[in-house]
Design a protein around this ligand. Sequence first.
Ligand code: ZN
Length: 213
Amino acid sequence: MNIRTRNDRALEVPPYTVEPRVQVRPGTTALIIVDMQNDFVDPQGRLSVPSARETVPAIRRLRDLARAHGIPVVYTQDWHRPDDPEFALWGVHAVEGTWGAEISPDLAPGPGDVVIRKPRYDAFYGTALEHELRQRQIDTLIVTGTVSNICVLHTAGSAALRWFRIVVPVDAVSALEEFDQQAAFRQIAFLYRGTLTRSEGIAVPAGDPPRPG
Ligand code: ZN
């Protein structure tokens, strides 16, 4: 028997800080773009997140900044077999080799970008992500993409547990509900001690050399 209850009590979101300016070093930082795939970003996608499209300009701005300074750009791609057990939870989405699993053409990866195909929310789980980052001496991750409280939060949290410093621009991540968005920010700031900022607040210190290509 299913019992559904509704909690009508309004809850205040505990305060968290959104830093106006965050400096990152090109030699030790990577930009992570989580699951900006057709199934999540496109209106015709199977699990469309309407606000994901609004984050494309902010993610592009960060990608341009990264490319200008030689900062590695790492895309994650939700990638499921046609009989994946996750479909019992979410319905069919991001099936390997389909249009829905492709990264949105608005943010298509370029040559030299890293693409990590992942079977679950956490982009470190069952993938070579940590290997790719450690090989490049990365200690700081700028985490963007969708969905804030699912794959973004699990990836950011998993990174924090591995002692990466995490920076999450609040205008570059998206969720289905404002509650979910706020819950993710609270966890990132409070639990994982990440830094929240806005995409335009992220800068490279003047005079810092670009990462050697
Ligand atoms: Zn999935």
